[in-house]
Design a binder for this molecule. Structure first.
Ligand SMILES: [Zn+2]
Length: 170
């Protein structure tokens, strides 16, 4: 599960714990994981902050920037997040209550439960290539053979098929 109940760490300064991540592939609105998501995420309470750190490894599906075929893109990145811990007096229980403060309000916490999938998605989007290609020399979407302009303006490259295409034209 990608929901981590951090209640104990949040109330214990100096406490830390490493969580093993091994999640089956799934898809969100904008990220499609096509291999398991693995990693080791360490959560540390520094007294004033909650640090969430660790490597994440997975594979996502993207569209080739040239031909729009699906490309499997390996992702290896690190989660590096921190959240302020705010101590508040609970006058009713004469007790101190610690609250997690999300500055950017990314929706990573439901009370004391960390939604790790939110952080994984964010780190994955930052790490994904801007222009994924199915292969280095992807020629892009093939030009339609019925396009006559392309035939006349573009000189035929020397290829084993150039002679054959001439024969076909005659
Ligand atoms: Zn391509």
């Amino acid at each position: 599960m990608l929901r981590l109940d951090l209640a104990e760490i949040i109330r214990t300064p100096g406490m830390y714990h490493t969580y093993k991540v091994n999640e089956a592939p799934y898809a969100t609105d904008d990220v499609e994981y096509v291999s398991p998501i693995t990693g080791d995420i360490t959560v540390t309470n520094t007294g004033t902050m909650l640090l969430v750190r660790g490597p994440i490894k997975t594979t996502i599906a993207m569209e080739c920037n040239r031909c729009l075929e699906t490309v499997r893109v390996p992702i290896e990145t690190d989660i590096e997040e921190q959240f302020d811990l705010q101590e508040m007096d609970d006058s009713q229980h004469h007790d101190k209550v610690v609250k997690v403060v999300e500055e950017e309000n990314i929706g990573a916490f439901e009370d004391k439960v960390l939604l790790l999938d939110v952080l994984i998605r964010q780190a994955t989007i930052l790490a994904e290539p801007l222009m994924p290609l199915c292969r280095e020399d992807c020629p892009g979407i093939p030009v339609k053979s019925t396009d006559k302009d392309a035939d006349t303006t573009e000189p035929l490259k020397k290829s084993p098929f150039s002679d054959l295409s001439k024969l076909l034209e005659e």
